[in-house]
Design a protein around this ligand. Structure first.
Ligand SMILES: [Zn+2]
Length: 288
């Protein structure tokens, strides 16, 4: 079966989850991986990105966002998914923090040459450059989205407080609303739309990438396999030495620990209000 929009969403938290992942990096919930099908050929990710419904949505978003930012350059009729995701990314200034990225109060996000580029505003100092095929998940929250991505060869090393990557797990970048500014535009729907359509674009870029370099090499790039290894069945976040029988338990408790750590970081960074913090903490602990 060809990939659908629903297949790219975590059934529990609604995050975009890469079609080759077996669990959601954000909440640890199991995800139906398309890895076996991908080994045999395309799974329909490029097809989904080019579908008439996707094009219609791209036109709608382009119209909405170009009106909001008051730029009427370019034709809405020729809108593309890439263009629409670019408008979403660039619609706001953000507050960012992540692995290798210090808390930055004024930052821009843009889609350039098949990568998300985060820069300090206005100095344009580079904070992160994330190629689309390396994105593993995008989890929208209240006024924010957390991007999970595979560390590339030039990936930043997690700082002392950045932690939790264990040298193998995905890197994180939290892109958040700048509190009190542009509140009307920075609704949760902005981050939900961004995560969903970035996900469709990412899945298509991923399918192109594994078609080009082969699935085993692509899984190595994603950090889901070690060079020379057979296609693994180990979930993201699971210890590499864990046997298949113990994987679900390991994944779920380590995912909870990771979620709690991330929450504490967000709180320390002033990115969540106290009431959101308490609610989210209860929600994470309820999974135990
Ligand atoms: Zn999830």
């Amino acid at each position: 079966m060809w990939l659908t929009l629903d297949d790219l969403q975590c059934s529990e938290c609604g995050a975009f989850v890469h079609p080759l992942l077996e669990s959601c990096p954000d909440c640890g919930t199991a995800h139906a991986s398309r890895r076996d099908e991908a080994a045999a050929g395309p799974i329909g990710a490029v097809r989904l990105a080019d579908a008439p419904e996707t094009e219609r949505m791209a036109r709608n978003l382009t119209m909405r966002y170009t009106m909001k930012i008051n730029v009427f350059g370019g034709s809405v009729a020729g809108a593309t998914l890439g263009g629409a995701v670019g408008y979403l990314a660039e619609a706001l200034p953000y507050r960012m923090v992540g692995d290798g990225v210090p808390i930055t109060d004024q930052a821009d996000l843009a889609l350039r040459d098949g990568a998300l580029v985060a820069q300090v505003r206005p100095s344009r100092v580079l904070l992160a450059e994330i190629p689309l095929p390396s994105i593993l998940a995008a989890a929208p929250g209240h006024g924010s989205v957390v991007l999970y991505y595979a560390p590339g060869p030039n990936a930043p090393v997690a700082g002392p407080s950045g932690g939790a990557t264990n040298g193998a797990g995905p890197l994180r970048l939290t892109v958040a609303n700048r509190r009190g500014l542009f509140v009307a535009r920075a609704r949760d729907a902005h981050f939900e739309d961004f995560a969903r359509w970035l996900g469709v674009l990412t899945a298509a870029a991923a399918e192109q990438r594994w078609t080009e370099i082969g699935l085993p090499s692509y899984l190595v790039e994603l950090g889901l396999a070690t060079p020379g290894a057979a296609v693994p069945s180990v979930a993201v976040g699971a210890s590499a030495s864990a046997g298949p029988a113990t994987v679900p338990a390991v994944t779920s408790s380590s995912a909870i620990a990771t979620s709690l750590q991330e929450l504490e970081r967000l709180r320390a960074a002033g990115l969540v209000a106290e009431d959101e913090y308490s609610a989210k903490r209860r929600e994470i602990l309820a999974r135990l």
